[in-house]
Design a binder for this molecule. Structure first.
Ligand code: IDP
Ligand code: MG
Length: 145
């Protein structure tokens, strides 16, 4: 089985805080590698499709405003057990609950502006990679993991 892949987003607050390098270093120090990465703004339609599971939540509007507010690093990160390992490196959604030494504990500003996104399952990873890297997703075997 090829290495597992996950969709990682270094969110606009972390890009503005200039900690892209520190976050990517944590991936690399923990056995994960970057397969694709783009510094880009996320448009509102893409953001709404990406966060569709939260469409009915009271914070949805705030979340879409935030994730589209400036450049983000959107990446495909790969390695053994990449989905769970990347989530572990992220820490809890609310930085107040995140373990010391996790990306959110160290870099997040608030529950909304929480520095990083990572797919929550292999199925989510495939859906999210196809949204942001449609050409890669069509490559033979890219989504076989
Ligand atoms: P996750 O990013 O840890 O998977 P989700 O529950 O999927 O967390 O929420 C997606 C994103 O929505 C969070 O990362 C955070 O930016 C934002 N968010 C989640 N819950 C709240 C909330 O209660 N208030 C405001 N923003 C929230
Ligand atoms: Mg989530």
């Amino acid at each position: 089985m090829p290495a597992q892949k996950t969709l990682s987003i270094i969110k606009p607050d972390a890009v503005a805080s200039r900690v892209i390098g520190q976050i990517i270093a944590r991936f690399e120090q923990n056995g994960l590698e970057l397969l694709r990465a783009e510094l880009r703004s996320i448009d509102r339609d893409t953001a709404k499709a990406f966060y569709a599971e939260h469409a009915e939540k009271p914070f949805f509007g705030e979340l879409i405003d935030y994730i589209t507010s400036g450049p983000a690093v959107v990446a495909v990160v790969a390695g053994e057990d990449a989905v769970a390992l990347h989530r572990k490196l992220m820490g809890a959604t609310n930085p107040k609950d995140a373990e010391p030494g996790t990306i959110r504990a160290d870099f997040a500003k608030s529950l909304t502006e929480n520095a990083i996104h990572g797919s929550d399952s292999v199925e989510s990873a495939k859906r999210e990679i196809a949204i942001f890297f449609p050409a890669a997703a069509k490559e033979e075997g890219f989504l076989d993991f």
